[in-house]
Design a protein. Structure first.
Length: 357
């Protein structure tokens, strides 16, 4: 285990070199404009004192993509030296839900080529359905009744997580005290060693991408293809992959970590505006597009989602399904997904949900 702290502008007078800890997670940004004025100072102090570095973005709930871009722009000098974190708490939990969080995390994953961590309180993890995000590492917060803690003293969590399989970091008090600083600090324990921390920074293997890549697609969309070949993937004019597709006089190629809608699959190749070799990326197929009796998972993407017992438009709503929640799908009738029973409502219109691959 490693012991560490997280800091923001509140600790502007803190000299990290004077603190005995293993890691420091520094607030970088908030929303789409704010930058922590102590950001560079604390990052440099952390690295120069040979401590492990993390960076976090505090979500405002404005727009997940714009906030992710702001975070990555500010964090750019340290991205290959730090783990990246989404701090997901407060109003954005209620207004954005898991859909907002997943969009942010996926964008960071795609553009920083590392797997970000998500931070939240234990109650928020318990209350929302985090199925679509649970492949991302989890940092849980649960305080010890604001009782001062002198020196690192990790404890067991009270209760348990409901959706994530494991906890990577546990923030167990906001009233920690250490020699070298006279005010309160957040204390955290990382369940791993320095090598495990470094793996989070460089977690860009195809296995890592496979685990974290869960695109949302329409019920009748065949699937998505994600390019994972580092130097890009060639496009071919046939599924035999024997003739390159020519664009503007040159063989066509698609960049690493870009994703494309699949229209057809055969002979170990997928057509996504040209034929890709499946060896050049990750193929996610939607079984419900092929077989109406297949099973799968759907995520609610509209706030006015209600179940109904008849697979036709304008039927009376029975049960409200909250935005961002995930549900098992046991087949479909046309564009209506089977998610329940006659008591709770059998069907939901696919206009209100996406299939999670």
């Amino acid at each position: 285990m490693l012991n560490g702290i997280d800091v923001a502008s509140y600790q502007k007078n803190l000299n990290i070199a004077n603190i005995n800890c293993d890691f420091v997670i520094v607030k970088a940004t908030e929303g789409v404009n704010y930058v922590n004025p102590s950001f560079s100072q604390h990052c440099q102090q952390t690295l120069s004192s040979d401590k492990l570095l993390g960076l976090y973005h505090f979500a405002d709930g404005y727009n997940p993509i714009l906030e992710a871009k702001h975070f990555l722009n500010v964090s750019a000098p340290y991205i290959d030296k730090a783990v990246l974190v989404l701090d997901f708490e407060g109003n954005v939990v209620r207004t954005g839900g898991t859909v907002w969080a997943k969009e942010f995390l996926d964008y960071v994953r795609e553009h920083a080529h590392t797997t970000p961590i998500i931070y939240m309180g234990l109650s928020d993890e318990n209350c929302l359905n985090w199925y679509s995000c649970c492949s991302y590492p989890l940092w849980i917060a649960q305080y010890n009744n604001f009782i001062p803690v002198s020196g690192f003293a990790p404890r067991a969590i009270y209760g348990s997580v409901r959706h994530f399989k494991t906890i990577k970091i546990f923030q167990y008090t906001s009233c920690g005290r250490l020699n070298g600083y006279q005010s309160n600090l957040d204390f955290n324990v990382f369940y791993g060693d320095k090598e495990d921390w470094q793996k989070l920074i460089s977690s860009d293997s195809e296995e890592d991408i496979e685990l974290s890549y869960h695109p949302l697609v329409d019920f009748n969309e065949l699937g998505r293809f994600l390019v994972t070949r580092k130097n890009g993937a060639n496009l071919y004019s046939t599924s035999r992959l024997d003739k390159p597709l020519i664009e503007n006089g040159s063989p066509a190629k698609r960049a690493y970590n870009t994703a494309y809608k699949i229209f057809k699959a055969e002979n170990g190749a997928v057509n996504a505006g040209g034929w890709f070799s499946q060896a050049d990326g990750i193929t996610k197929i939607n079984p419900l597009a092929i077989n109406e009796n297949a099973t799968g998972i759907c995520q609610i993407v509209k706030p006015d989602a209600y179940t109904q017992n008849i697979p036709e438009p304008n039927q009376a709503g029975i049960t409200h399904l909250e935005l961002g929640t995930a549900w098992k799908v046991c087949g479909r009738v046309g564009k209506y997904l089977k998610v329940g029973n006659e008591k709770t409502g059998i069907f939901i219109s696919a206009d209100k949900a996406k299939i999670v691959l």
